[in-house]
Design a protein around this ligand. Structure first.
Ligand code: SF4
Length: 80
């Protein structure tokens, strides 16, 4: 996976230097992220419908999970 940089430092996958340490991530529309549970994430990407948006402000990282959250293992994603 290419190097992903991210400034969301309260995410479980965030690492110093603003690097994302997740094994994979899912970027999607804000609307899709709000409507789907935590377990819907990158491992399911092949079966997720397209989610067009009008600007970058309408996209988000669906893989985000807060540090210490009990849901950190819900989606099959690990730290690299
Ligand atoms: S999973 Fe998403 S929000 Fe979390 S560090 Fe990686 S890119 Fe940022």
């Amino acid at each position: 996976m290419p190097r992903i940089t991210c400034s969301v430092n309260n995410c479980h996958y965030w690492s110093s230097g603003n690097v994302c340490d997740a094994s994979q991530i899912l970027i999607t529309s804000d609307a899709m992220s709000h409507s789907q549970p935590q377990n819907v994430d990158a491992p399911m990407a092949g079966s997720i419908s397209a989610t067009p948006v009008k600007s970058s402000a309408e996209t988000c990282c669906k893989t985000f999970v807060a540090k210490g959250s009990a849901e950190k293992n819900a989606d099959g994603i690990t730290r690299k």
